[in-house]
Design a protein around this ligand. Structure first.
Ligand SMILES: Cc1cc2nc3c(=O)[nH]c(=O)nc-3n(C[C@H](O)[C@H](O)[C@H](O)COP(=O)(O)OP(=O)(O)OC[C@H]3O[C@@H](n4cnc5c(N)ncnc54)[C@H](O)[C@@H]3O)c2cc1C
Length: 385
């Protein structure tokens, strides 16, 4: 038996679902968000280290990232909540000619899409980040408009403002079925009840493939696990997020920044990737990442690590999100496959989907969503991960 009628049901109160509920409620719709965990942001969202950038190589990520930056950076002024926003910028550093050339080549696309970013030779970059190891440093790109915020504070803020505009959040409810009739989605069934809505959004993050399978769709989203850590707090000395894209024997890129409360937060991409949903920390991560971090910033040797954790990326074959409807089933919408960037893309994507749902999709957002279509070839690889 159907309990209630909603305008839209969002599966997942994470980096995507929470801001989407807020945007749709702002547009006058009545969303229901269903999540199997006990509160907002308990999936991948809470594992994110909080990096927010529009500095990408995919034009869609740049467009959506710029929208996210606008929302994160103005949130406190517009809505009053402190979400820990800090505009420290992003610096991609180069210690080898190959990374320097890749970063310089990317500037053409990045500038074409309106990013405030430039190449800085080693002396100029050292003025921005004096703690960088100068030995072998060729330079790097710096984008001052990028920054960071707290994934938990912002998820709570999106939820609070969504609720204030009429959205409801049901926690501890696992979606078991998406109901259909006559080629249309009619709602969904959870372990607690049945809900009716003409539109159901799959924002289930690392679990999006299972959810898509409920409507017979094979969505190529595969979770892989990543670890992160945090040090004790120290006085401010580091402005930007530092990203080193040099691969090593057992890892790809790694990145770190100084949180607004003084701690250094860091993360690494293992190589090969570790498939699966395992969220237990390992003993491999800390020696692996700290060795590399000390190479680019020796003064970090003085810091004590307080905690590490592990979470999952909802990965896609080409590293880009999968957003849009599926053929032959009206009322079902994918908003999944955010890979390692769902926190920074979530609010911008929410704006794009609000436009999509309300029939007001602007041309540049349409172009962005086209690039993330479930029907693309998935053949490409991203230059800047
Ligand atoms: C260590 C680490 C560091 C990261 N750092 C960053 C960063 O700096 N910046 C950045 O942008 N991104 C970062 N990420 C990536 C980011 O965390 C993810 O891309 C993002 O959280 C994905 O958002 P999502 O909304 O798709 O998924 P989630 O946030 O996981 O939300 C999905 C929700 O769906 C719910 N769900 C799934 N299936 C069901 C079901 N059947 N019934 C009910 N509920 C269901 C889950 O419970 C979950 O809460 C990082 C990730 C990790 C692991």
């Amino acid at each position: 038996m159907t309990d209630q009628m909603w305008d839209v049901i969002i599966i997942g109160a994470g980096s995507v679902g929470a801001p989407l509920a807020w945007q749709l409620a702002e547009a006058g719709l009545r969303p229901l968000v269903v999540d199997r965990f006990a509160s907002v942001g308990q999936g991948s969202n809470k594992a994110a280290i909080g990096g927010i950038r529009a500095t990408h190589s995919d034009p869609a990520k740049i467009r959506v990232g710029l929208e996210s930056l606008r929302l994160f950076s103005t949130w406190q002024a517009a809505y009053g909540d402190d979400i820990g926003w800090r505009q420290g910028g992003y610096a991609f550093v180069a210690y080898r000619e190959s990374e320097a050339q890749t970063l310089k080549n990317l500037l053409v696309t990045q500038k074409k899409y309106g990013l405030d970013i430039d190449w800085y030779d080693a002396p100029a970059l050292l003025e921005i980040i004096p703690a960088l190891n100068p030995e072998g440093l060729l330079g790097g790109t710096f984008s001052p408009g990028d920054g960071s915020a707290s994934p938990m504070l912002s998820a709570l803020a999106f939820e609070r403002h969504a609720r204030a505009r009429g959205a409801e959040f049901h926690y501890g409810e696992a979606v078991l079925a998406i109901t259909q009739a006559g080629g249309r989605v009619t709602g969904l069934r959870t372990n607690r009840g049945e809900y009716a809505a003409p539109l159901v959004v799959n924002a289930a993050g690392p679990w999006a493939r299972e959810v898509a399978a409920l409507v017979g769709v094979d969505l190529p989203v595969a979770p892989d696990s990543h670890e992160a850590g945090i040090t004790e707090p120290v006085a401010p000395f580091l402005g930007p997020m530092v990203v080193d894209t040099r691969p090593s024997a057992d890892s790809a890129n790694y990145y770190f920044y100084q949180h607004h409360t003084g701690q250094i937060i860091f993360c690494i991409t293992p190589s090969p990737l570790i498939a699966g949903l395992d969220r237990r920390e390992t003993s491999i991560f800390l020696p692996q990442v700290t060795r590399r971090m000390l190479g680019v910033m020796p003064c970090l040797a003085n810091l004590k690590v307080r905690r590490t954790w592990r979470g999952t990326y909802p990965m896609t074959p080409d590293g880009a999100p999968i957003v849009g409807p599926v053929k032959g089933l009206a009322g079902y919408l994918n908003a999944a496959g955010m890979c390692g960037q769902g926190y920074m893309l979530g609010p911008g994507l929410a704006v794009a989907l609000r436009q999509y749902v309300t029939g007001t999709l602007e041309d540049d957002m349409r172009a962005a969503l086209d690039l993330w279509s479930p029907y693309r070839s998935f053949a490409g690889t991203e230059a800047l991960k």
